[in-house]
Design a protein around this ligand. Structure first.
Ligand SMILES: O=C(N[C@@H](O)C(=O)O)c1ccccc1
Length: 329
């Protein structure tokens, strides 16, 4: 097991042409089995103040579903489009992950649903939640934010959502198993309380699920099988909001925070952390353009990192240089 004790530095790969892609609001990123970059974006739809009523019911159904392909598969080096799908299915894309059988899992905050899509199938293989009906029981979500599948057990985990404060576990064939989490009470946010569980990172090596607890500006990690709270990772440099988290086999955790509120010092940036200690190893920002609302992060084992931004409608690529001191531990 290599230890990350070397001098680790993340820098934008400025030769990546993907920054010039004309995208809609970029909500989710994932890497497929060949390390191709997969982008989940909103085409010509936007999530703004008029998208939902006070009961979280989507107001723009009249627009119909997004007619562009919302799922794009790109060559990670030259950003060439390899495959695209997901037209006429979604209204407001949000989370994206790819399971070990190369199925795409997505959430749609307008539909309040989770979908499992085969790489080349038009019809979803599985749907959870009831279209356009927000709720908080076993088969209703409220603006579900992310979904991820345990590669060992096949269990499905959903972070639910902007208008709920829970993580739900489903069986591999979509049956409700259990849930945990509650709303953050006034004052201090306690363990297991959320204020927008916004992004999930599943760590099979440690049987843990880490959650970007967005408005509490922290990461919380839980035991996969029981939902038992294990620990919180929080740094002053996160500022108020922590938007996304992603784990890379080998022990690194990547995250992005939110723009600083007026007068606040902590800049919007990417973070690389040592998963075991929670300590920050490096932080990074783009060389070209600037982060506006970085919304998802994904990284590959060679420490290539992609950041998708829902406001800048852009995807940056970063490369890592690491002088490794090889210590066998
Ligand atoms: O957070 C928001 N959006 C992003 O997370 C996103 O996923 O677009 C949002 C909040 C209030 C109104 C409109 C959008």
């Amino acid at each position: 097991e290599k230890e990350h004790t070397g001098d680790f530095h993340v820098e934008e790969a400025v030769e990546w042409p993907g920054l010039d892609l004309k995208l809609g609001q970029v909500s989710g990123l994932a890497l497929d089995a060949e390390n191709n970059l997969v982008i989940f974006h909103r085409g010509d739809h936007v999530w703004d103040e008029n998208s939902f009523d006070s009961k979280f019911v989507y107001q723009q159904r009249g627009l119909g579903p997004i007619e562009q392909n919302t799922i794009l598969v790109l060559n990670p080096s030259n950003a060439k489009l390899l495959h695209s799908m997901g037209k006429s299915l979604f209204y407001l894309p949000h989370g994206l992950s790819i399971d070990k059988n190369s199925n795409f899992w997505v959430t749609d905050v307008a539909l309040h649903q989770v979908f499992k899509l085969g790489a080349y199938d038009r019809e979803p293989l599985l749907m959870l939640g009831v279209a356009l009906q927000p709720g908080s029981d076993k088969n209703h979500f409220c603006q579900p934010t992310d979904v991820t599948v345990d590669p060992i057990t096949g269990s499905i985990y959903v972070s639910d959502g902007y208008c709920n404060s829970r993580i739900i576990q489903f069986s591999p064939n979509g049956l409700y198993v259990m849930q945990w989490g509650e709303e953050t009470s006034l004052g201090r946010a306690r363990p297991g309380q959320f204020r927008i569980p916004h992004s999930l990172a599943l760590i099979p090596d440690f049987s843990q699920l880490c959650v970007a607890d967005r408005e509490n500006g922290r990461i919380q990690c839980f035991m996969l099988e029981t939902g038992e709270f294990i620990r919180e990772i929080k740094h002053k440099s996160f500022g108020r909001e922590l938007f996304a988290v992603s784990y890379v086999p080998g022990g690194l955790l990547f995250a992005v925070n939110g723009m600083p509120y007026p007068g606040e010092a902590e800049p919007v940036q990417g973070f690389v952390m040592n998963f075991s200690t929670g300590e920050i190893i490096d932080t990074f920002i783009p060389l070209r353009k600037s982060f506006e609302m970085p919304h998802d992060v994904v990284a590959s084992e060679d420490k290539t990192v992609f950041i998708g931004d829902v406001q800048a409608r852009a995807v940056w690529k970063f490369a890592s240089t690491e002088k490794m001191e090889h210590r066998s531990v």
